[in-house]
Design a protein around this ligand. Structure first.
Ligand code: HEM
Length: 408
């Protein structure tokens, strides 16, 4: 482990680091030399009561951790690998109300409530409506001539789709957008508003919606949630509210960042944009998700002493699954640093490693990405960068907060 050329004190969840870049070179170094590497942290600095965590960098090891939720718990320290500065046990307790952080068997029952809304068939049922929305989004941007791609284009379809699925009226969608931005932007000084306050407001909003649906059921996820029973009883008010929070955040931030990174990648690789415009390969959306890897890492906590990638792991250790590393693993991907929209097969782990928590919205996200780029290629194929993308300050999200472009 001593010959790893990682600078002393380097922290793979340092939010300042991600303001400039994802540490792809350092992750490649770990894959070569120390595939399960101890990332030391001053006690408490990441919001957890320990002195660091393991960085898991190889595709096979990330997958192995994902697949074993008995040995690697999501509940113990929850999944987000770096909490906002100053966070502590209270925030961890709150996070435990979210599906993402609940272990089987309870997780299985909860997930079952909404999973039917996200099957390939159900998602395909939204295709025509979302295609119309994608067209309208692009035409509105085009009329402006120039603008911020994130605000005008990338954020819109994910937001409209999740609001549609949840049953949030059109007029309230901007509120949903602002709350989800504030909840995730706690580490970014450019994002105004208090994450806890935003969560409370969204909670209040969703509970009011639940009351309304109890009296007047509709064909939406909120109605499914208020009618659902898990292990013989209805969801508690908190469980319900946090379900809505998870869907709002998970559905918005990730897909928006995939679309923004995808656009930047196309503009950096004009031959890929020309290929896309001519052929629209069905493999495009997955390559965009691999390339973007909007979630850099999620963590698990070992429930027993074990071994991973030749490294001893102790019970209670945090283990970070670095999707951003797995998706560039030379053992799995030919020429991984090449953006190649015809890449096939493409077993990326951008949506997780196929375990119990595999992204419920993967089919929806692929559809949104596909429809947005089709609309862009149809209506404004001459889109061009007018400046560099501005990166989000976050210890676990690969985000773009703004991207000046000209729409032509
Ligand atoms: C490109 C876009 C997206 C990316 C990169 C992404 C990524 C992820 C990842 C990495 C996980 C955790 C997987 C694991 O721990 O094994 C996850 C879980 C989840 N995602 Fe996504 N996601 C995206 C879009 C969406 C959308 C559109 C929705 C919903 C509308 C959604 C809803 C969820 C939910 C509810 C979970 C938790 C599932 C569980 O714990 O069982 N995601 N996503």
């Amino acid at each position: 482990m001593t010959d790893v050329r990682i600078p002393e004190g380097f922290d793979f969840t340092d939010p300042d680091l991600y303001t400039n870049r994802v540490p792809l070179a350092e992750l490649a170094e770990l894959r070569r030399t120390a595939p399960v590497w101890w990332n030391a942290q001053p006690r408490g600095s990441s919001g957890f009561d320990d002195e660091g965590f393991w960085v898991v960098s190889r595709h096979a090891d990330v997958k192995a951790v994902s697949l074993d939720s008995a040995l690697y718990s999501s509940w113990e320290n929850t999944a987000i690998i770096r909490l906002n500065e100053g966070a502590g046990p209270e925030q961890i307790d709150m996070q435990r109300l979210i599906l993402l952080n609940i272990d089987p068997p309870r997780h299985t029952g909860l997930r079952g409530i909404i999973s039917r809304g996200f099957t390939p068939r159900a998602v395909n049922g939204l295709r025509a409506a979302l295609a119309d929305r994608a067209g309208a989004i692009v035409r509105a941007a085009l009329a402006e001539g120039t603008g911020d791609f994130v605000q005008d284009v990338a954020s819109e379809l994910p937001l409209q789709a999740i609001a549609e699925l949840l049953g949030v009226p059109q007029d309230d969608r901007r509120k949903l957008f602002a709350w989800s931005n504030q909840m995730i932007g706690g580490d970014d000084p450019d994002v105004e508003g208090d994450p806890q306050q935003a969560a409370m407001e969204l909670l209040g909003y969703s509970m009011a919606m639940a009351e309304q649906r109890k009296g007047c059921p509709m064909d939406d996820i909120v109605t499914k949630l208020v009618q659902a029973e898990v292990e013989g009883s209805a969801l508690t008010a908190d469980e319900f509210g946090f379900f809505v929070i998870l869907l709002a955040v998970a559905g918005n931030e990730t897909t928006r960042n995939a679309i923004s990174h995808g656009m930047a990648a196309f503009l950096d690789n004009p031959e890929q944009w020309a290929l896309y415009r001519a052929e629209r390969p069905a493999t495009t959306a997955d390559e965009i998700v691999r390339w973007a890897t909007p979630v850099v890492a999620f963590q698990r906590t070992a429930t027993a002493d074990t071994e991973l990638g030749g490294q001893r792991i102790r019970k209670g250790d945090r283990v970070g699954m670095f999707y951003s590393s797995a998706n560039f693993d030379e053992e799995v991907f030919t020429d991984p640093r090449r953006f190649d929209i015809t890449r096939s097969p493409n077993p990326h782990l951008g949506f997780g490693g196929s375990g119990a928590h595999y992204c419920i919205g993967a089919n929806l996200a692929r559809l949104e990405i596909e429809l947005m780029f089709e609309a862009i290629a149809d209506h404004m194929p001459g889109i061009a960068a007018a400046g560099a993308p501005v990166r989000q300050r976050s210890g676990w999200l690969n985000g773009i907060t703004s991207f000046p472009v000209t729409y032509t």
